[in-house]
Ligand binder design. Structure first.
Ligand SMILES: Cc1ncc(COP(=O)(O)O)c(C=O)c1O
Length: 366
């Protein structure tokens, strides 16, 4: 028999070496696999509550207009956000989630002969985007308390480094870097290196020594702050995030962004959502109460978690992360294996109680 010649298109040689971003499993997949009635998804650090009622109303009202492309300059949203943050609209750059902006940044600052420094474990996109941009990834291990080791990160910056990422609070550990340490790090980084301070979980952080890098981003052309509407604002499904930074730095980055990446409904929703800071605060307060509850209950079971300033907790190795993932999933609770440990998003009180019951079942050898 003749061997069939398989014709395939030609791809980049390194394509198979670029890690693939794997989102958590959907509740529907898990429900079907295990024949369960209900599933609790604590895998993607989402807000467990529906968007604010006025946001749902605004999206409903705008739905009939989606035959038109969105405003590519995002003028209204940029103006509203600028006035909320006390910055000028040209110090803002909006994208389809902060993921898109970090991806574009890696492409704009990367290329052959460059490198990018980030902590490990941290948000997986930093490595993926660097590799896609042909920049050499330079991961720097977290310290013994699962925090960024900023001194080691500063030392790891090479002559060819063009980007350094600081995830604050850090995903997957939830830990934060004290603002004094961040100030020192930013002051020590050469101005040719772009520092991306990813503050996706900024709204949840309440530690006295936590601080935003917004001031640095407004003062220095090599610092940008990344924020998102996906977490505290509960708009993960609509995809909007933004960078704050120097206008000319953002203009360079924006030059290779795809057009129309923030849809009409995403713009409308984000504009409405920022008007409801009282509700944002209510949710972040609820998150803190539940975070403390889950952390305390896990510690009482001999499972101390890293000190979290976000909307998730992290059980570090030597926990058997794969066994945990499989066992909890079989009981209808989806968590995430990340950084060699288990990352558990904070849900509603009922969801967290169900998580703890599933943990008890696991510990009892169930
Ligand atoms: C640290 C960090 N940055 C950014 C994002 C992505 O946010 P967005 O939904 O805005 O793309 C996430 C999402 O999980 C995250 O954990």
């Amino acid at each position: 028999m003749l061997a069939m010649e398989v014709l395939v298109p030609t791809f980049r040689r390194d394509l198979g070496h670029i890690p693939v971003y794997r989102p958590g499993r959907t509740p529907e997949e898990v429900r079907r696999e295990f024949g369960l009635d209900s599933i609790v998804k604590l895998a993607s650090n989402e807000c467990p509550y529906e968007p604010f009622p006025a946001v749902v109303e605004a999206v409903r009202g705008a739905a009939a207009g989606v035959n038109r492309y969105p405003d590519n300059a995002r003028r209204d949203l940029r103006a509203a956000l600028a006035s909320f943050l006390g910055v000028s609209p040209d110090q803002l750059w909006l994208g389809g989630g902060s993921n898109e902006l970090m991806y574009v940044t890696a492409l704009a600052a990367g290329g052959p002969g460059t490198s990018a420094v980030f902590a490990e474990p941290s948000f997986g996109l930093y490595r993926i985007a660097s590799q896609i941009a042909l920049a050499e990834p330079i991961p720097v291990p977290l310290d013994g308390a699962h925090r960024h080791d900023l001194a080691a990160m500063a030392d790891a910056i090479r002559d060819d480094t063009t980007v350094a990422y600081v995830c604050n609070p850090n995903n997957p550990t939830g830990t934060h870097v004290p603002s004094a340490d961040l100030d020192r790090f930013i002051a020590s980084v050469p101005e040719r290196v772009l520092v991306v301070v990813d503050e996706a979980y900024f709204e949840f952080a309440s530690a006295a020594d936590y601080g935003t890098a917004l001031g640095h981003a407004l003062e220095r052309s090599n610092v940008v702050v990344a924020r998102t509407f996906s977490k505290a604002y509960g708009l993960a499904g609509l995809r909007t995030g933004y960078f704050v930074g120097d206008a000319s730095t953002l203009e360079q980055l924006r030059s290779i962004q795809l057009p129309f990446s923030v849809g009409n409904l995403a713009q409308v929703a984000a504009m409405e959502a920022i008007k409801h800071q009282d509700l944002v605060r209510q949710r972040t307060d609820e998150n803190r109460t539940e975070l403390e509850f889950v952390s305390r209950e896990l510690a009482a079971r001999g499972l101390p978690v890293a000190d979290s300033q976000a909307n998730f907790v992290y059980l570090p190795p030597p926990v058997d992360a794969d066994a945990w993932y499989g066992h909890l999933q079989s009981q209808g609770v989806i968590v995430r294996v990340a950084g060699g440990g288990v990352r558990i998003s904070i849900g509603t009180n009922a969801e967290n109680t169900r998580l703890l019951a599933a943990v008890d079942n696991l510990l009892a050898g169930g």
